[in-house]
Design a protein around this ligand. Structure first.
Ligand code: SAH
Length: 354
């Protein structure tokens, strides 16, 4: 074994045992990982997930209920600047139809995601939540509608929302400000702390391979997440969208994303870690590879087929045409083929006590 392989192995062992590393140690891993290191990292991440959650992969039904957005995140295809988007909104009845179909297929978690769309006042959001919770008492609801005030987050929570997804996108303030025109780094981070304080199960996360992103930026992401200690972390490759300024840029790679997933599993052993749609988009077996590297959540799409292509954050998105039922069968097949099992329960973080 080469000397740097030995060092990498030692560092990964330390991380595996203590769930911690120093900045310099993590930088060493990212700079020297190589084939051997990657395999060893993935193996340790897999062992950790097996110890904590076993071979289960939790399923969440994703409903993308609006692609209107007032924000100008320059990488995102549905930003306010993009005049080529065919905008849509789902009403209460349409959302309930998605839930209905999902519930029949066994889903017990619905993720309501959308752009930042003022059309949905707090009252409207509360009404939607209460209606879903009333019909399906044994389901968990996750909301993902961006940056809101403390008071709004509190209202949604009191209406019954269990979880909130708000990726921090990047923990480098400088990079964050480069890629967001009307969003402020401090505010986004404060939102995450507010959500925690209110009592949500919180999901943060970041993109891998944002143009100009450095290894140091990725280390900041990991250290920030270690400090925040969220229940969920969404990590996906950046994928260029044709209508954005990044249309000619390279996207994030499968390899880099897998390394970040595996590292996160070791830094936060209890975390719920999705194998994201974006990962499945850049490689036909991206999600399976993510699952083998410690990911344990998949979020199939329950949005009405007619609107799916319109929720275009990036190009080439997978599964835009499958019926929810078809998709449910297909994904189960794939997860089992990869050697894991599907879990349709609410799938709370096992450390979670409300
Ligand atoms: N409006 C909500 C939901 C955002 S969409 C919010 O602000 O949180 C969900 C995620 O898609 C984003 O957090 C972002 O990380 C990801 N995303 C957006 N554009 C992307 C792109 N071009 N490539 C990869 N991921 C992207």
């Amino acid at each position: 074994m080469k000397r740097n392989e030995l060092t990498i192995k030692k560092l990964i062992n330390k991380l595996y045992k203590s769930n911690e590393l120093e900045w310099e140690e993590l930088l060493y891993i990212l700079n020297h990982i190589g084939e051997y290191g990657k395999e060893y990292l993935i193996q340790k991440a897999h062992e950790t997930r097996m110890k904590v959650y076993g071979d289960r992969v939790f399923m969440r039904g994703l409903i993308e209920f609006t692609n209107y957005c007032k924000k100008g995140c320059i990488y995102c295809g549905i930003g306010a600047f993009n005049k080529n988007v065919d905008r849509y909104r789902l009403g209460l009845e349409e959302i309930l139809l998605c839930c209905d179909e999902g519930y029949k297929l066994g889903y017990r978690t619905f993720v309501l995601q959308g752009g930042e769309d003022n059309f949905y006042s707090d009252d409207k959001i509360e009404e939607i939540i209460e209606e879903i919770k009333n019909r399906y008492k044994d389901t968990a609801i996750t909301l993902s509608i961006g940056e809101k005030s403390y008071e709004s987050y509190e209202k949604y929570f009191n209406a019954g929302v269990d979880r909130y997804l708000l990726r921090h996108e990047t923990a480098s303030k400088e990079l964050f400000e480069k890629i967001h025109t009307n969003s402020n780094y401090e505010n986004r981070i404060q939102c995450l702390w507010n959500l925690k304080k209110i009592g949500y199960q919180v999901g943060a996360g970041f993109m891998v391979g944002i143009p100009t992103q450095t290894k140091e930026d990725l280390i900041k992401d990991i250290f920030f997440l270690k400090e925040l200690d969220p229940e969920m972390v969404g990590i996906g490759p950046f994928i260029p969208h044709k209508d954005t300024v990044f249309h000619n840029e390279e996207g994030g790679t499968l390899e880099d994303t897998i390394i970040m997933l595996a590292l996160l599993r070791l830094f936060l052993p209890y975390v719920l870690l999705p194998a994201t749609t974006a990962l499945g988009t850049i490689h036909p077996f991206g999600r399976e590879q993510g699952i083998k590297a410690g990911a344990n959540v998949v979020m199939p799409n329950l949005s009405p087929i007619g609107v799916r292509e319109k929720y275009s954050l990036y190009n080439g998105k997978i599964c835009t045409g499958d019926e929810a039922a078809e998709c449910r069968g297909c994904i189960q097949n794939r997860i089992e083929k990869a050697g894991f099992s599907v879990d349709m329960s609410r799938g709370d973080n096992i450390k979670w006590r409300r």
